[in-house]
Design a protein around this ligand. Structure first.
Ligand code: ARG
Ligand code: ZN
Length: 473
């Protein structure tokens, strides 16, 4: 789903019908090239992620998982619109075997190379055409192993599974235009053995027996979601349920983990409420969190409406609300407003780290100023050489993106003052809600809302390779 697409298609239609009252040169079907869609969406760090030539509006996933055999069996119905005249197009799919693929009911001749599933429709899909792809697939999912990320993907556990990773996870369990630039709504149906708990994103809209000792739960994601944020979790979990602000709250803690964790996860609505005072209204219609017991996972992830936390954050019974605040801040910055390219990642991680500082101060801990000073003073020379605004693939989730990203926001706050600063970050969440943004667009907004020229400022903090001068308050 891309904001503006409908408008573009409409203008194209006007051009075709001979109407010329438009200044924007829009390619007409006769001038748009006819050919296959690109095998990547055009991301500099992940060139084969996503695809070109179409825009997904909705995924309807019907997935069955058998923890005993570790086999996943799925049917994905993908509703999309052609953004070029397509003779063929790709979906991303990592491992798994495709049994059949159809486009609007007709065989789509699936073929595979690397992580691309190439579909060729019986006749070309003209620009603006809406179509439905149905892919039936199965197999034992294969995780991604990127040395700088650890293990990501659809991970089997002794009693179930967890789909978790960033950027790479979605294509290991469903065929997808796997890039945050093509967000879509989802309906996710998960069939698993009775007696196991199942979680996914959004609102659980149904739960029913599927026969043969299986049950199906259905999940509805009504706000566009980036593909890496989709999840499914199966296993033995303690379930915490309630409502906050009239919205369903649903959380799960792996049953093997200590019950002391529950009290921290129960604070999710309280933390969301605090963050809403800083960032504006919570963007989604449901909330919660899932704590997993899989020692291979050392991170947390901001899965839309329902972040997943490694149990490592809760060991020793300490305060884990800082990481909860981090993942919940991503609901605004990352999930509702998503990166346009992976290189924009500081817009997620810098903001979420800044939210940790806000939450810490709110809890009576060190002030944001003190945390900034401490971070500024103790950041190594290597980090000042590594610009958070232009990370390499290896540094995507590195210290600079998180901490220099957060310091950039505090330096901005010092430069423009509290009022302009909170206007900027709230406007960013509001204007780009359920869409995407890049660093240049953030800079433009900051200049607009503050009335200051900030090119040099952002250049120093985001792209410079030397330590910026200490900002003066
Ligand atoms: N966005 C996650 C966070 O909130 C980072 C996850 C990155 N790790 C990974 N293995 N993909 O910090
Ligand atoms: Zn984060």
């Amino acid at each position: 789903m891309r904001v503006g697409l409908v408008a573009v298609v409409t203008v194209a239609a006007l051009v075709v019908s001979g109407c010329t009252h438009t200044q924007t040169p829009v390619p007409t079907p006769s001038t748009v090239s006819l050919g296959p869609g690109a095998d990547g969406i055009g991301d500099s760090l992940y060139p084969s992620a996503g695809n070109g030539g179409y825009d997904v509006g909705n995924y309807d996933l019907d997935v069955r998982y058998d923890p005993a055999s570790k086999v996943l069996t799925g049917t994905a119905v993908i509703s999309a619109t052609a953004t070029a005249n397509l003779t063929a197009f790709d979906l991303d799919l990592h491992g798994l075997t495709v049994a059949s693929a159809t486009i609007d009911g007709a065989d789509a001749k699936p073929s595979r190379h690397a992580d691309e599933l190439v579909l060729t429709p019986a006749s070309r899909l003209p620009i603006g055409r809406q179509f439905h792809v149905t892919v039936k697939y199965s197999g034992v999912p294969v995780p991604y192993t990127d040395p700088s990320m650890g293990i990501d993907g659809f991970l089997a556990t002794p009693d179930g599974a967890t789909a978790i990773g960033e950027p790479e996870v979605a294509a290991s369990w469903y065929p997808v235009n796997d890039h945050p630039r093509d967000k879509a709504t989802y309906t996710i149906k998960i069939t698993a053995p009775d007696g196991l708990q199942v979680f996914s994103n959004g609102v659980r809209t149904g739960s029913e027996p599927a026969g043969g000792g299986l049950s199906t739960t259905t999940w509805s994601v009504t706000s566009p979601m980036a593909s890496y944020l989709a999840t499914m979790v199966i296993g033995h979990y303690r379930v915490l349920e309630g409502t906050a602000d009239g919205k369903p709250v649903l959380s799960g803690i792996d049953a093997r983990l200590p019950a002391t964790i529950d009290a921290q996860i129960r604070r999710t609505p309280e933390i969301v409420g605090y963050l809403a005072t800083q960032f504006g209204p919570y963007p989604f219609d449901a909330m919660g969190g899932i704590v997993i017991d899989d020692d291979r996972v050392h991170f947390a992830l901001e899965n839309q409406t329902r972040p997943i936390y490694s149990n490592a954050f809760f060991r020793g019974g300490g305060d884990a609300t800082v990481v909860i605040a981090h993942e919940l801040a991503h609901q605004w910055y990352g999930d509702s407003v998503s990166v346009n390219s992976w290189v924009d990642i500081w817009l997620n991680e810098g903001f979420a780290t800044y939210a940790e500082w806000l939450w810490t101060a709110h809890q009576g801990g060190p002030t944001v100023e003190a945390t900034f000073d401490d971070t500024y003073d103790n950041t190594s020379a290597a980090v000042w050489q590594s610009p958070p605004g232009n990370p390499s693939k290896r540094e995507l989730f590195g210290y600079s993106v998180y901490y220099r990203g957060a310091m950039t926001l505090e330096a901005l706050r010092i430069k423009v003052g509290d009022d302009a600063f909170f206007r900027i970050i709230q406007d960013w969440a509001k204007q780009r809600a359920f869409g995407n943004g890049d660093t240049q667009q953030f800079i433009t907004l900051a200049e607009h809302d503050s009335g200051q020229q900030l090119d040099a400022f952002f250049h120093t903090w985001l792209f410079g390779t030397t330590k910026p001068l200490r900002p003066t308050r």
